[in-house]
Design a protein around this ligand. Structure first.
Ligand code: 5AD
Ligand code: SF4
Length: 466
């Protein structure tokens, strides 16, 4: 990465979810294929891309704040280009044009591949294009990955559900699954480049393949990935509780490559609220899924998403959420205050709750989950885990940070291991969001996969010190 270069340069700022991170890597890949070089700041870049999110309202405000900041630089440099892509662009093309007329390119979620063409056309004036259907599956585009050992792999795009709070179906469209052969080919290629862990991405991974085969194929995909030599870990996000069935649990338990972590968004512990959210499961049905998972994978880590203050949520409904959180004992929860979104049913529901009520409930939920997260982590003290090194700890330069298969962040002494290598680490102390540990048996871990799958010998990735 260099900032004093004669080649055109780019900088991408990504908001929102992993799908957006994946799309940003594709936009970076396309720009690099066109000869652009990456720089570390919007100020230094010829092309500045904002890859936006619109799932909650504050995302809008942040985008316009960023655009206002960059405007003087655009005014001062006729060659500079400002690009707005992603979900907010898909939803608000005209508004962006009105509020920030100096933006050069707007492209939506369905036409990432058009970025180079739209940039070329922007020499003649603003170049905006939004499509209603995906032209090219984003995974088929070149990529510039942030990590050499981890990769996002999108298995489907769009969502056929109609959760009443959610804007995603309106901006990402109907569900389209990618051919299984294409996914396996991509994963094999990634492994040949040194990747050891992939995260499968889809709005509702459990319905993967329904549009291809008439029946969901997600568990088949997990078993197929278990056969890819050299692949060590598979994660996925997000499953939907209504479509999460025994076959997926069996694949998680039996396919050694699949990590013992599941993110299963519950949204609310009240069946009444779930009904108004159109989640298509009740509190009891959700708890049955949790029991099914814990029976098959006793050491599994479970995380979730929860929305507080959905329209009409009563104190009793909220108590049911607290009660469910306590009962399940989540390792972590992403907690959100309900945010009314345009083009969603819930935005028009009566009984929108006052801000203070939502805030007060939100704080109670966070306090409860914090206590449970610490308790779950305390249960890991004294145990030894296989860890993939992510890099030097941000807090302590003498320590490394890695992640267990259960997705826990763990800090341990720096033995010179490079990112992507495996270490065996024993947990010494537990905190809310991380663990502290020590290296065991010389540190190097040679049997990475879960004991239920086939143990593999360590493959030394690029720069691995073992
Ligand atoms: N308000 C608050 N949270 C929301 N989410 C989605 N839409 C909204 C909204 N309108 C949360 C859900 C989802 C996560 C990605 O974002 O919990 O699972
Ligand atoms: Fe949104 Fe529901 Fe689809 Fe998830 S399943 S993306 S919450 S509509």
């Amino acid at each position: 990465m260099t900032e004093s270069t004669s080649a055109p340069t780019y900088f991408i700022r990504t908001f929102g979810c992993q799908m957006n991170e994946h799309d940003s890597e594709r936009m970076a890949g396309m720009l690099e294929a066109e000869g652009y070089e990456r720089v570390d700041s919007a100020e230094a870049a010829t092309v500045v891309v904002f890859n936006t999110c619109c799932i909650r309202e504050n995302a809008d405000n942040r985008l316009y704040g960023n655009l206002g900041h960059i405007k003087p630089l655009r005014d001062a440099d006729p060659d500079k280009r400002i690009v707005v892509g992603g979900c907010l662009a898909q939803k608000d093309k005209d508004l962006i044009q009105r509020r920030a007329p100096y933006v050069d390119v707007v492209l939506g979620t369905h036409n990432l591949a058009s970025l180079p063409r739209l940039l070329a056309e922007s020499k003649k004036g603003p170049s905006f294009e939004i499509l209603e259907q995906t032209e090219v599956f984003p995974s088929a585009l070149p990529s510039r990955r942030e990590s050499w050992w981890h990769a996002w792999v999108s298995i489907s795009i769009g969502c056929n559900n109609s959760c009443t709070f959610c804007i995603v179906p309106a901006v990402r469209g109907v569900e389209v699954s990618r051919r299984m052969g294409d996914i396996i080919d991509e994963v094999q290629r990634l492994v040949s480049e040194g990747v050891v862990e992939v995260t499968l991405l889809g709005q509702n991974v459990n319905s993967y393949g329904r549009d291809l085969d008439g029946t969901p194929m997600f568990s088949r995909l997990l078993w197929a990935l278990d056969e890819v030599p050299g692949l060590e870990r598979v994660r996925f996000t997000s499953p939907h509780p209504k479509d999460f069935k025994q076959d997926t649990v069996d694949a998680m338990a039996g396919a050694g490559v699949v990590c013992e972590h599941i993110h299963l968004p519950v949204q609310s512990g009240s069946s009444d609220v779930l009904k108004r959210m159109k989640r298509a499961y009740t509190r009891d049905k959700y708890l049955q899924k949790i029991a099914m998972i814990r029976t098959a994978i006793p050491d599994v880590a479970i995380t979730t998403d929860i929305i507080v203050g959905f329209p009409g949520e009563t104190e009793k409904d909220f108590q049911e959420t607290l009660d469910l959180v306590e009962y399940v004992g989540y390792d972590a929860a992403y907690t959100f205050q309900y945010s009314p979104r345009p083009m969603t049913e819930a935005a028009d529901l009566p009984d929108q709750l006052p801000k203070e009520v939502v805030q007060e409930r939100f704080e109670r939920l966070v306090e409860l989950q914090d206590r449970i997260s610490i308790e779950r982590n305390l249960g890991m003290e004294g145990k030894t885990f296989s860890v993939i090194v992510e890099g030097v700890s941000r807090k302590d330069a003498g320590r490394l940070t890695g992640r267990t298969r259960t997705n826990k962040l763990i800090h341990f002494p720096d033995d010179g291991a490079t990112p992507g290598s495996f270490r065996k680490v024993r947990v010494l102390s537990a905190h809310r969001n991380h663990l502290d540990g020590e290296l065991m048996d010389g540190g190097v871990d040679r049997a990475h996969r879960s004991p239920m799958g086939l143990p593999l010998l360590a493959s030394s990735g690029p720069g691995c010190s073992c």
